[in-house]
Design a protein around this ligand. Structure first.
Ligand SMILES: Cc1cc2nc3c(=O)[nH]c(=O)nc-3n(C[C@H](O)[C@H](O)[C@H](O)COP(=O)(O)OP(=O)(O)OC[C@H]3O[C@@H](n4cnc5c(N)ncnc54)[C@H](O)[C@@H]3O)c2cc1C
Length: 356
């Protein structure tokens, strides 16, 4: 049996779900999400550092920083139920950082983001030989489980059909109805959105943009006394970031040098598991900068495949990719490189004249 729908979304991460909701709001009648896993938003939309970006992370990519600033308040308001507001967040500038304390402060001024000198207040938590300066900033974290539950409830209310445990594969890309096989059945859709993040070039259609992939590990830890309620990102180079991970009531630790286990560019992951955890290296290196971290209790690690645009390799920018297929404008691939980029895709959907 072939189902005929207006919109099929491949991938039930945060981006796929939000696209589905927007299509419904724009008048698409039948909208289906096909998700390979047993639950929505269980891959990169869960395995991440839960940071609600506010620009600070991107001193080398002004467009990404500015867009994060613009989206921050909107995300915090719209998804306020999932945003943890009790975070004291600090950016520390390491010795050897690609950005100096002065440049960081001026960059924050330029994007209009709060940045207060904080060495006097919290400098004693850092090794003064390794950290040049510390700033208090306004950055928050989100609870990925609360977000997934809230989005799932919105999907139910708006009548989007969700098919979990369903692997989608493109059958044919020609014509005004695109055929996609969903396991035993086939769906014919007026528009197909490929929101598969790490599998973007692996659903049966090509992608023009170059993708870079990393197998990544985030260590979940219980913070030592004195760090509770505090989040720290050390800039800008092979350093670390420690943030609350509200979904599991603990903290996450990522490290520019130790979080990636492997890199590749094609769709096929190298034949491997993730091997031994790098958590001990992360904790050891981070505690050189913040000695209290040596007392962090390691809980477990979460792993996934991070996917970024190859063209942002040098500036660390995280723009949205919204790629209309060259052979059929009804097949659109979306790579949402960070959670708040969702507003960029929603804006593009609103601006399009859909032919249903
Ligand atoms: C280590 C790491 C840290 C990060 N930290 C942050 C952060 O702190 N803040 C931030 O804003 N962003 C962060 N990001 C980025 C953020 O996680 C992603 O931008 C976002 O989650 C992408 O959402 P998505 O819906 O595109 O992808 P996903 O959530 O991965 O959803 C894609 C879905 O597609 C499904 N799928 C794949 N192939 C198929 C198929 N053939 N058929 C059906 N389903 C399929 C997958 O199962 C998956 O559920 C981080 C990412 C990583 C990896």
């Amino acid at each position: 049996m072939v189902d005929r729908v207006d919109g099929l979304i491949i991938g039930g991460g945060f981006f796929g779900c939000m696209i589905a909701l927007k299509l419904k709001a724009l008048g698409f009648r039948d909208v289906v999400i096909a998700e390979r896993e047993g639950r929505l938003m269980s891959r990169a939309s869960y395995v991440n550092q839960a940071r609600v970006h506010n620009g600070y992370h991107y001193p080398r990519s002004f467009p990404t920083a500015r867009r994060s600033r613009e989206n921050f308040a909107r995300f915090c308001e719209e998804f306020g139920y999932a945003v943890d507001r009790g975070l004291n967040k600090y950016y520390a500038i390491a010795v050897g950082s690609k950005v100096t304390p002065d440049q960081f402060q001026r960059f924050c001024e330029r994007i209009g983001a709060l940045c207060r000198p904080a060495w006097a207040a919290v400098g004693n938590r850092f090794d003064a030989a390794r950290i040049q300066d510390v700033f208090r900033v306004e950055e928050l974290s989100f609870n990925a489980v609360a977000l997934a539950n809230g989005v799932a409830a919105d999907l139910r209310r708006s009548g989007v059909e969700v098919r979990t445990d369903t692997i989608a594969r493109l059958d044919s890309l020609s014509g005004e109805a695109i055929a996609v096989s969903l396991g035993q059945s086939t769906v014919s859709a007026s528009y197909v959105f490929n929101a598969t993040y790490a599998s973007l070039d692996d659903v049966g259609a090509s992608i023009r943009a170059g993708l870079k992939r990393e197998l990544v590990e985030i260590a979940l830890i219980e913070p030592p006394a004195g760090l509770d309620g505090m989040g720290v990102t050390v800039m800008d180079g092979p350093f670390f970031s420690v943030m609350p991970f509200p979904a599991e009531g603990c903290y996450s630790l990522s490290h520019v040098r130790y979080t990636p286990h492997a890199y590749w560019s094609g769709p096929d992951a190298p034949e491997m598991g993730h091997g031994r955890s790098h958590a001990a290296h992360m904790i050891r290196d981070a505690s050189l900068y913040m000695p209290a971290l040596a007392r962090a209790r390691y809980l477990r690690s979460i792993y996934d495949i991070k996917t970024v645009l190859a063209r942002n390799e040098d500036d660390d920018g995280r723009p949205l990719l919204y790629e209309i297929h060259e052979a059929n404008e009804r097949f659109i691939s979306v790579l949402g490189a960070k959670i708040d980029n969702v507003y960029d895709v929603l804006q593009l959907l609103e601006a399009t004249a859909w032919k249903l």
